[in-house]
Design a protein around this ligand. Structure first.
Ligand code: C2O
Ligand code: CU
Length: 679
């Protein structure tokens, strides 16, 4: 779907340029013709090209709407193009078309002495109003089409938009002045013309440099996220009550269990997936994905991270594991990123049973994409594993030499495993990807045993239902092996699957067309330490928005929280012991899996509908477009904690904030010159 959409969209971009170029050429020739018939003929060509461009703008709009209806993440692209090409085109059209039409209309009239003046003046007016904008559109459209083909990234789009907006501004001023001159009105610019001419490009260059359009890669996050000064985070003062504690002092916790030691080395490697497609990867431990870590509840986990990569600094964040703050692995907040050649040891007690994962939290968007992540599972303490088959399906979309290949671990095809009928099976699905993925099981029945590591209460039997898992989220599938094959699939993909089969060979097609499971009514309720009716010490509303703005020194498409982008989003502040309620309101067209570090949150309601099934303890709360999600948590783990969208592209695009405990300070800072760039 995505590829088809992108192709259609690119074609329409290129097609749109043709009438525009024709039009610009035709309009430019207008004033030079003394013979009114030829002027008229040229005007006709111009007018028709204008009309031809319009349906193409509409076509782009339709593509955008179709993409959105099919939930394609990057539906913003055609909308952006519409902004770049469509909006100025329509505006210019509104002003130029009447002049062109006037010229066409006078075409039948006999040539007389007075006519050329009018016709020529009209022609000049049309030219002033169209030639420059049309050329500009052609350049912008062409640049955006080329960029879309070569570097389909948000930052490239941001560059185009930034430059375009500024060039547009200069052109608008220039056209306005020409028009005034043609219609005999005095210029509004006081400067003499040559000076003004010089000033325009100068202002343009300065502004472009200022907004980072000149080299997005060179843009930096402000280094001012220091939480050590009284201004607090992002310029929002944090009141101090009681003693001041440093993030670094909030380490370790009680470390009284059996110690499990791991050394995880980050290194570069070119590794194959099962199909033979190769990935130019950054790995944790030389494998795709990284070394799986599996411990028992109560174990003391000691992981030494060694960085053998040539340039990037790294960290390890324990996603969903409520470690003490100093072990949280967020560059610039809880530690400095580990530079090449350096190392860092994390120590914490594994208290929570369940399925988790770990990943670098330095340039997380880029590094997770490159492979710096791995599985983290905590088994119950002194209980034999009740499952006969217990396997993790760590889902990730790898970029390989054969294009992007979704895989479970490194299995980018359909893998079959022999399982004896009657076996108890637990499959731990980890969405180590940014986009929401739809999980389905064919050949069931099955149960959704856990979400984000926590077992659900009384999960009912499922057959055709599908479960949407946001980026970073986990879902455990439990089933008793039947005497026929069972298949786990993602997004109904026919060429990726995990098949359990009694004989190890027979397979079954992926499930398609299931109904989305309503998690708010799945399972049965059981006691929780607090709920919707509790008295909350703090309540926060977090609005999730998207739009155009400045972020990381560049102008472009941003994802905002409460109208701001990281690091300027005001912190949520709490006092230790507070009961906190946070309402996320998604006012964008994209999914946002909201991930709070250091705490599990209890989902209270979705769109005002209370959770009436099993309690849902989550660390990654999927908030879909237009949705409102209300969560609650106890502030029982002091520190400064990231709270961000786990669509890592969105987090990098600004959708990142912090939860800060009163009196906690961080000695670390983010920003390019510190080497700490958590997203
Ligand atoms: Cu899994 Cu802050 O991230
Ligand atoms: Cu998001």
């Amino acid at each position: 779907m995505y590829l088809i959409a992108l192709t259609v969209e690119l074609l329409s971009s290129v097609l749109l340029l043709l009438p525009l170029l024709l039009l610009a050429g035709a309009v430019r020739r207008l004033p030079g013709r003394p013979d009114i018939r030829r002027v008229v003929r040229t005007a006709k060509v111009a007018y028709r090209s204008l009309l031809a461009a319009l349906p193409l703008v509409l076509a782009k709009l339709v593509v955008a709407v179709l993409l959105l209806r099919n939930g394609v993440e990057f539906a913003a692209r055609p909308l952006l193009d519409l902004l770049v090409i469509g909006a100025p085109l329509v505006l210019t059209l509104l002003r130029t078309a009447p002049v062109l039409r006037g010229l066409v209309r006078t075409g039948g009239a006999p040539f007389d002495a007075a006519a050329p003046v009018t016709a020529q003046r009209r022609a000049r007016l049309a030219a002033a109003r169209f030639v420059l904008p049309a050329r500009l559109l052609a350049v912008a459209g062409g640049a955006s089409a080329v960029l879309a083909l070569t570097v389909p990234t948000n930052s490239a789009m941001a560059t185009v938009l930034g430059v375009f907006a500024l060039v547009g501004l200069v052109v608008v001023v220039d056209v306005a002045q020409r028009e005034r001159a043609l219609t005999g009105r005095p210029s509004t610019l006081r400067w003499p013309r040559p000076l003004a001419r010089l000033a325009a490009p100068l202002v343009l260059a300065l502004a472009a440099a200022g907004c980072g359009a000149v080299g997005v890669t060179g843009s930096a996050m402000p280094a001012a996220m220091s939480m050590t000064d009284s201004a607090g985070h992002g310029g929002h003062a944090m009141p101090t009550v009681g003693p001041v504690r440093q993030v670094t002092d909030l380490a370790g916790g009680t470390l009284d269990g059996p110690v499990r030691r791991f050394t995880i080395t980050a290194s570069q490697a070119r590794l194959p997936l099962a199909s033979g497609a190769t990935v130019d990867a950054w790995t944790f431990g030389g494998t795709l994905p990284g070394t799986p870590i599996r411990v028992r509840q109560g174990d003391v986990v000691e992981v030494t991270l060694v960085n053998h990569l040539s340039t990037p600094s790294v960290t390890i964040h324990w996603h969903g594991v409520d470690v003490p703050n100093a072990e949280d692995g967020v560059a610039g907040v809880t530690q400095d990123a580990v530079k090449p050649g350096g190392q860092f040891t994390y120590r914490f007690k594994a208290n929570q049973v369940g399925t988790y994962w770990y990943h670098s939290h330095e340039l997380a968007n880029e590094q997770v994409t490159h492979g710096l992540f791995g599985l983290f599972v905590v088994d119950p303490a002194d209980q034999a594993n009740p499952a006969d088959v217990d396997e993790a399906l760590v889902y990730h979309d790898w970029s390989t030499d054969r294009g992007s290949r979704p895989a479970f671990g490194a299995d980018d095809g359909v893998r079959t495993r022999a399982v004896a009928p009657g076996s108890r099976v637990r499959l731990r699905f980890v969405n180590a990807d940014s986009a929401t993925r739809t999980l389905a099981v064919a050949g069931g029945p099955w149960r959704l045993a856990a979400l984000d590591g926590t077992d659900l209460h009384d999960p009912g039997e499922l057959r055709d239902e599908t479960v949407a898992v946001g980026g970073g989220g986990r879902a455990d599938i439990a089933l008793t092996m039947p005497d026929h094959p069972v298949r786990v699939s993602v997004d109904g993909a026919p060429d990726l699957g995990y098949v359990l089969s009694p004989d190890g060979h027979a397979t079954i097609p992926a499930a398609t067309g299931g109904r989305a499971l309503d998690l708010t009514r799945y399972g049965t309720p059981t006691g929780t330490p607090f709920g919707a009716a509790s008295r909350f010490d703090r309540t926060y509303l977090v609005d999730l928005d998207q739009g155009l703005g400045f972020h990381g020194g560049a102008f472009g498409f941003v994802f905002a929280m409460n109208g701001q982008v990281f690091p300027d989003v005001p912190m949520l502040t709490v006092r230790e012991g507070d009961l906190v309620r946070v309402t996320f309101r998604n006012r964008t067209l994209a999914d946002h899996p909201m991930h709070l570090h250091g705490h599990r949150v209890l989902l209270l309601s979705k769109d005002g509908v209370a959770v009436t099934g099993s309690p849902l303890w989550l660390d990654t709360v999927l908030v879909r477009p237009g949705e409102t999600a209300e969560v609650a948590f106890r502030a029982d783990n002091p520190g400064i904690w990231m709270d961000h969208c786990h669509d890592l592209g969105h987090a990098a695009g600004g959708m990142t904030m912090h939860l800060g405990y009163e009196g906690v300070r961080s000695p670390f800072t983010v920003g390019k010159d510190t080497g700490n760039m958590p997203e």
